[in-house]
Ligand binder design. Structure first.
Ligand code: PMP
Length: 295
């Protein structure tokens, strides 16, 4: 994703990626308790702008606290560092990834030796494609009773990596996961919407990661006068769809061509998802962020 000369922010310093050294005995490497987030910068008439920086970095900070990491920076400082990183790398459009992890400690007890890095790189298209053929995974999303599914904890992503591998080995691009009760949940790294008879549907909060992009899309739909039903859905509800798409920081708005081999009834360009895709592409570059606040 980035060459070794890219500048990263690591433990208080801006250094080349090649100079950053991590510990083989870092607790987070072994036990998956690192915490991360992701957000994007877009070129606007006022220069690079990080879309929803405050929301993303507040979520990062809160999740770090939940996982007993000591966060050395305020949200304001994290935003400042992120902008400086863009400037030092001469990036306009970029994907930005902060991560905090605990260092050398082979015990399971929380530790105080924390490392924080922020890296930025170019990440254009999710999975390199415009439209995805997806499979309903045999893996289920982790139960909200077993772990905090609303927290961006690295260990939660072992489930996503396994589901992507399963889907790709079966010839698909990505997976859609159900929760442990068989309810439609979300993608491996994105939220899920589908269209039927002029209405959009999306799984309600509770058993999903409540994405910031999902929230922006809900708000956008409200402003477009587009009905969206947040509810409980099962795989049988996904037959005979007019359209479907994923939302997320990496995915942005990515259209879905088929689910388990069943093609959408409409061409992507004729779907509500495509209208959302176009509007989203517009708002992230037009300095209109504040009117699309999180709901
Ligand atoms: N669900 C999962 C499992 C994710 O990993 C992500 C990406 N963070 C999302 C949904 C979308 O979240 P956001 O829109 O905040 O990027």
């Amino acid at each position: 994703y980035f060459d070794q000369n890219t500048i990263v922010f690591f433990n208080g310093e801006y250094i080349k990626a090649s100079q950053a050294k991590s510990d083989l005995f870092a607790q987070s490497l072994h036990y998956g308790n690192a915490v991360f987030d992701a957000f994007r910068a877009y070129g606007t008439s006022l220069g690079p702008h990080i879309f929803k920086a405050e929301e993303h970095l507040a979520r990062f900070s809160e999740t770090a606290q939940k996982m007993h990491h000591t966060m050395p920076y305020s949200v304001r400082e994290l935003i400042k560092i992120s902008y400086e990183l863009l400037e030092r790398n001469n990036f306009t459009d970029a994907y930005i990834r902060p991560l905090i992890y605990s260092g050398m400690n082979m015990e399971l007890s929380p530790d105080t030796k924390h490392h924080l890095f922020i890296a930025a790189w170019k990440w254009e298209k999710y999975l390199g494609k415009d439209l995805l053929d997806i499979k309903i995974s045999d893996y289920k999303r982790p139960s909200p009773l077993a772990c905090d599914v609303e927290a961006k904890v690295s260990g939660n992503y072992a489930n996503s990596v396994a589901a992507v591998a399963e889907a790709q080995n079966a010839g698909f691009d990505d997976a859609l996961l159900l929760d442990v009760e068989g309810k439609v949940a979300e993608g491996t790294g994105a939220n899920f919407f589908f269209e039927k008879d002029g209405i959009l549907f999306t799984p309600k909060k509770g058993h999903i990661f409540p994405g910031i992009t999902r929230s922006v899309v809900l708000n956008l739909c409200k402003q477009m006068g587009q009905e969206v039903v947040e509810g409980v859905f099962f795989p049988e509800d996904l037959k005979d769809l007019d359209g479907a798409f994923f939302t997320g920081t990496a995915a942005q708005i990515t259209g879905i061509a088929s689910i388990d081999g069943h093609k959408m009834n409409k061409d992507w360009e004729d779907t509500i998802g495509y209208q959302v895709f176009e509007k989203y592409g517009h708002i992230v570059t037009q300095n209109e962020y504040d009117s699309y606040s999180i709901i």
